[in-house]
Design a binder for this molecule. Structure first.
Ligand code: ATP
Ligand code: MG
Length: 393
């Protein structure tokens, strides 16, 4: 008998001829993730499904929790692979499996069965009937409920036989590496880590950029961003984090431009710099945590004016989310507690009392002429002095 995990995936199933590429990418990601877990795991792709065969000392809960952080998996079931599928052996093995899976056997059940080995001695309905009878006899606490059972017990007879019952939800989405790479503007706030999580769930590999403004923003603020990136990387895989020193640029804008336009001009420079790093690192999109109307810099008019400085598409997965929905997701992925630590962000330091909420692009472009003399040089310096940290869970 081999212990393992049966994995189901959703959307990969509809990828036609390219399907094997998605399946291979998913297997590869599973191998990478499980290489960090105790035990020996073999990932097998077989007839539209993926099995993880586990040997050695492993903790089933840990394996499940790890697989729940792999984009592309929709469901995970602990499974017993039974090589000797003769009926006598199979029914006993199925009973042993149920005994192992459930501490207390006191529930209603229904047996479901699939049989691709057409030479097997029983048909699918016969397997259900025979197995149901056997289990009823073996466990006093079981009763059959064919309409809404507490538990489904699956028996599949292929080359080998498989028994499984519990189903754990996976994170869904698409396997990492099947989409392309994007540059996430990662602040220390609640929103941008959630935005990064959502984009990478669609198979996108992430690089990130953080704008740091020492001494106005502290080392601890930077540390907080590193911690957020580390938590995210549990789902997104490695993140190459670019830390840009933004102080000089910010001070210069503060000195020369109308204060109510400060945030919007600053944001335009963030986007320009992020795009430059993105292009140099073969990213084909930018990602932000913006959401319509959340703050002055996120009105549709502000987004329009911020957007015009980029030629890469800017992906904003939270654009229509309410704050509470974002908070719920942040709690789910485990970034919330870190995000609410009270360290200052560079955006909040020079923020005006009454920032423009409906900026006009011509006005803003005119204001930017006031910094024309030195800004390009400053941006160049910022790019040249970037600090790069590779983040992995
Ligand atoms: P967040 O919670 O993600 O910080 P926010 O509600 O504070 O978002 P803003 O400060 O307006 O909103 O920032 C909007 C987006 O701009 C952020 O989601 C993030 O993608 C990006 N951003 C803001 N500040 C920084 C920064 N210091 N470094 C990198 N990106 C930033
Ligand atoms: Mg912020």
């Amino acid at each position: 008998m081999i212990q393992g995990f049966l994995l189901k995936y959703a959307e990969i199933g509809v990828k036609g001829k390219n399907r094997y590429k998605f399946e291979n990418a998913l297997c590869e990601q599973i191998r990478i993730k499980l290489s960090k877990v105790d035990g020996d795991f073999t990932v097998v792709r077989e007839q539209g499904r993926i099995y993880v065969e586990a040997t050695g000392d492993f903790d089933s809960d840990e394996v499940i929790e790890t697989l729940q952080r792999v984009p592309g998996i929709s469901a995970i079931s602990p499974v017993e692979v039974i090589e000797d599928k003769s009926w006598e052996n199979l029914k006993k093995a199925a009973g042993d499996f149920i005994e192992k899976q459930y501490k207390e056997i006191n529930f209603s059940f229904k047996v479901k069965s699939k049989r691709s080995d057409k030479c097997y001695q029983f048909t699918s309905p016969e397997i259900c009937e025979q197995m149901g009878g056997y289990l009823l006899e073996r466990f006093d606490g079981l009763k059959v409920d064919v309409h809404s059972p507490d538990v489904y017990i699956w028996i599949e007879v292929r080359d080998k036989a498989y028994v499984y019952s519990k189903v754990y939800q996976g994170m869904g989405g698409m396997p990492l590496g099947t989409a392309g790479k994007a540059m996430l503007l990662l602040s220390g706030g609640i929103d941008s880590p959630v935005a990064g999580y959502m984009i990478s769930k669609r198979g996108v590999v992430l690089d990130a950029v953080y704008f740091h403004a020492p001494p106005y923003t502290s080392e601890r603020a930077k540390e907080k961003v590193l911690n957020l990136a580390r938590i995210m990387s549990r789902y997104t895989g490695k993140i190459r984090l670019n830390i840009i020193n933004f102080t000089e640029i910010q001070m210069y804008i503060y000195e020369k431009c109308p204060h109510e336009e400060l945030t919007i001009i600053m944001r335009r420079y963030m986007m320009r710099i992020a795009e430059e790093i993105a292009v140099n690192n073969r990213c084909i999109g930018l990602v932000t945590g913006e959401s319509i109307g959340q703050v002055a810099s996120q009105t549709m008019q502000s987004l329009l004016v911020t957007n015009e400085v980029c030629s890469l598409p800017v992906y904003r997965p939270l654009i229509a989310f309410d704050k509470q929905d974002i908070v719920n997701l942040a709690e789910k992925i485990g970034t919330f507690e870190t995000s609410i630590q009270p360290y200052e962000d560079c955006c909040t330091i020079f923020v005006a009392k009454h920032p423009v909420t409906k900026p006009n692009a011509n006005v803003i472009r005119n204001s930017e002429k006031k910094i024309a003399e030195q800004i390009d040089e400053m941006v160049k310096t910022a790019l040249e002095t970037v600090e790069i940290i590779e983040i992995d869970e």
